[in-house]
Design a binder for this molecule. Structure first.
Ligand code: PMM
Length: 281
């Protein structure tokens, strides 16, 4: 099992808490936008049981436009430095090599790249040089048109093949196999049917031989599943219990880490899944 330096070596699924330093993120945009609030929120997440705090400065919600490099750096670096100083295992959620580099220099211990190295050709080499764990997510293009790319004949097979290609590519750029974590990218160029198929296919994706990260928290497919009688999706703020159910099932299916907004109950859920698994063996 891959280790983020400084984490306890528990045999359970890890919990990554989300701090979006953005005015417009998927479900928490604007809430942690100033530096002090973002750092305080990150520390709260650790108190609630987060093993890793994921700091992002660019929204990836469907349709989102990109922010400039300078803006992204200004958003994330001070927050990462502040949290790292407190001993928090921080990951940086970025598609940009320069941001990843600055983040690691500021104390980040993991790079979470939703584009899996596709958005910035320099990313794999930068990650290789830092030696930190690298989340390679399945991605087919930027948020402004990713919904148009949600076309598959067999989503699990295609996600698996596309991730395998990304792995080959980042390995060729010098990333070591021990650094790699894979993520099927729920909601990224995937509709609800695709997301459920991918979750049910966690076992097949695990066969690639790398730890898996799952990011279902507050995503649109959960709101749609829980739609009211009139068909209107459940708002993000009331889909956290559904996230919890996905966490328990994903952890039991062998996920290495879940990325969530509401840490406390998810930290409980991964312990339940671990106890269940232990009793099975
Ligand atoms: N989802 C979002 C952002 N970053 N990173 C990984 N590795 N996996 C994800 O599924 C993922 C991510 C979008 O969600 P948010 O806007 O609520 O943070």
């Amino acid at each position: 099992m891959i280790r983020v330096p400084g984490l306890p070596g528990e045999e359970r699924c890890l919990v990554m808490g989300v701090v979006n330093v953005t005015p417009d993120s998927f479900s928490d945009g604007g809430r942690w936008f100033d530096e002090g609030t973002a750092i305080r929120h990150g520390l709260e997440l650790v108190e609630q049981g987060a093993d890793i705090v994921d700091v992002g400065g660019e929204s990836t919600r469907p349709g989102a436009a990109r922010v400039s490099l300078d803006e992204e750096l200004a958003r994330v670096v001070p927050v990462i430095r502040g949290l790292a100083r407190e001993g928090v295992a921080v990951s940086v959620d970025t598609m940009r090599a320069e941001v990843a580099n600055a983040a690691v220099a500021a104390g980040a211990r993991l790079v979470n790249d939703v584009s899996g190295g596709l958005a910035d050709p320099d990313m794999p080499q930068v990650v290789a040089a830092t030696g930190v764990p690298y989340v390679v997510m399945h991605w087919r293009g930027h948020s402004h048109d990713m919904d148009n790319r949600a076309v598959y004949a067999d989503v699990v097979t295609e996600v698996r093949e596309e991730l395998a290609k990304r792995v080959d590519s980042v390995l060729a750029e010098g990333v070591s196999p021990e650094q790699i974590v894979l993520d099927p990218g729920l909601g990224f160029a995937k509709n609800a049917v695709h997301n459920w198929a991918v979750l049910a296919g966690i076992g097949q994706l695990s066969e690639l031989g790398y730890p898996l990260l799952v990011g279902a928290s507050r995503k649109r497919f959960l709101g749609r599943l829980l739609a009211g009688p009139d068909g209107s999706p459940r708002p993000f703020s009331r889909s956290d219990d559904a996230t919890l159910a996905v966490t328990a099932l994903a952890a039991h299916a062998g996920a290495w880490c879940v990325r969530v907004h509401e840490v406390g109950p998810n930290a409980d859920a991964v312990r339940v899944a671990a106890a269940w698994k232990r009793a099975e063996s």
